[in-house]
Design a protein around this ligand. Structure first.
Ligand code: ATP
Length: 365
């Protein structure tokens, strides 16, 4: 899947844009504050129903406007659109349409369009707390293992109930019941994730060979399921029953999973340079995109914001090799043409746009 026509209205500094994107590769060039990231925000919103930079969706709304709209026509003739309408400070309505039909859930849109973004901040966040890593892995699972979404909803419901018991210090049969179902549900989620991480690891090695060839054979993904892998979750919860009751929430289980990226057995963020970390994250994202494509037959859309940041000429050339290989729609932003010089293909198989004050124009050579 790739986006052909993209229409954006009243999103950040973009008042009105209607543009025909290239199905493979697009460059968005513009000064700081011109609206490059806003354009990526619009596409990301279509795939995720949220912003990639802010937890508040109202930050996407252009000042003094009451709604914003993003719509796209894909190369498969699928027309999809979202309008977010705000009423005063907090409440907002979301109107979602696919091929003219009203939809109530973003997940329906997300099944039709898989969008992944890499920004200069991504790698810092990614190697920081576990939140981003969990989100990344579960996004892949959502697209690749179709039963995951229902299992995850069920797990979240059970976790809530179990936490309510622990919070209110309800021990006895009610806690036993919720603990039993929590264990079963955690195991289902953990098995799905373990399978997915294994697939991702295999795919990653292919992309690392292209983007980080010098260390590609030494990098592994370590999966931490959320409790000691040498013990059953039942035994762990027995052992820490009092501790969980005193904390008032579940300390172990599938909600606590994480992944570590190791180079020769030690965390890669202490060993790779920032540019290499960015290449690693790109390789990981490309690997995930490829898995999504293989299973869904929907080509993900990759957004790379400010590609020049952290990457030297050599690294950009490596990224170029990966972009040539990925066969997904790629949208790259940069502050000037020089930053994308190594990424521009020989054949004119791309489009380059200039953005200024939230307006887009096709750039001539
Ligand atoms: N809600 C909003 N309404 C109107 N304008 C906004 C809103 N939020 C941000 N802006 C403005 O939009 C402009 C574009 O921001 P954006 O992040 O897209 O820039 P950019 O081209 O990616 O710049 P940089 O290269 O610095 O990252 C900024 O000048 C910002 O002040």
């Amino acid at each position: 899947m790739s986006i052909g026509k993209l229409i954006i209205q009243d999103l950040r500094n973009i008042e009105s844009v209607s543009v025909e994107l290239h199905s493979d590769l697009n460059f968005i060039i513009g000064d700081n504050g011109s609206g490059k990231s806003s354009l990526l925000e619009a596409i990301f919103y279509l795939g995720h129903g949220k912003s990639f930079r802010s937890s508040k969706v109202e930050n996407l709304l252009q000042h003094n406007k009451a709604s914003f709209t993003v719509s796209a026509k894909t190369n498969k003739d699928c027309q999809m659109g979202v309008r977010k309408i705000f009423h005063g400070q907090s409440a907002a309505n979301t109107e979602i349409r696919i091929n003219g039909e009203k939809q109530t859930k973003f997940s329906v849109l997300a099944k039709n369009i898989a969008v992944q973004v890499i920004t200069p901040e991504s790698f810092k966040i990614f190697f920081g707390g576990p939140k981003q890593r969990r989100r990344f892995i579960d996004l892949g699972l959502f697209h690749v293992k179709h039963s995951f979404s229902d299992h995850w909803k069920e797990f979240s419901r059970i976790l809530k109930q179990r936490n309510a018991c622990l919070r209110s210090k309800t021990s006895g049969s009610t806690l036993t019941y919720w603990t039993d179902v929590f264990i079963d549900s955690s195991q289902v989620i953990a098995d799905l994730r373990a399978g997915y991480v294994e697939e991702l690891t295999n795919e990653l090695s292919y992309w690392l060979k292209i983007m980080l060839p010098s260390v590609s054979n030494e990098i592994v993904i370590q999966y931490l399921q959320g409790w000691n892998s040498k013990k059953s979750l039942f035994d762990v919860l027995q052992q820490y029953k009092e501790k969980e009751l005193s904390y008032g929430y579940s300390l172990f289980g599938a909600q606590k999973f994480d992944v570590r990226f190791l180079l020769n057995g030690a965390s890669i963020d202490n060993q790779l340079s920032r540019g290499q970390q960015k290449l690693f994250l790109l390789a990981l994202t490309f690997a995930q995109a490829k898995l999504i494509e293989r299973v869904n037959l929907v080509k993900p859309i990759l957004l790379i914001d400010d590609v020049g940041a952290e990457l030297d000429i050599h690294s950009r050339a490596l990224l170029n090799n990966a972009i040539a290989e990925i066969e997904c729609q790629v949208i790259v932003t940069a502050i000037d043409k020089a930053a994308v010089e190594q990424l521009v293909p020989q054949k004119e198989n791309y489009k380059m746009f200039h953005v200024k004050h939230g307006k887009l124009s096709v750039m001539s050579e």
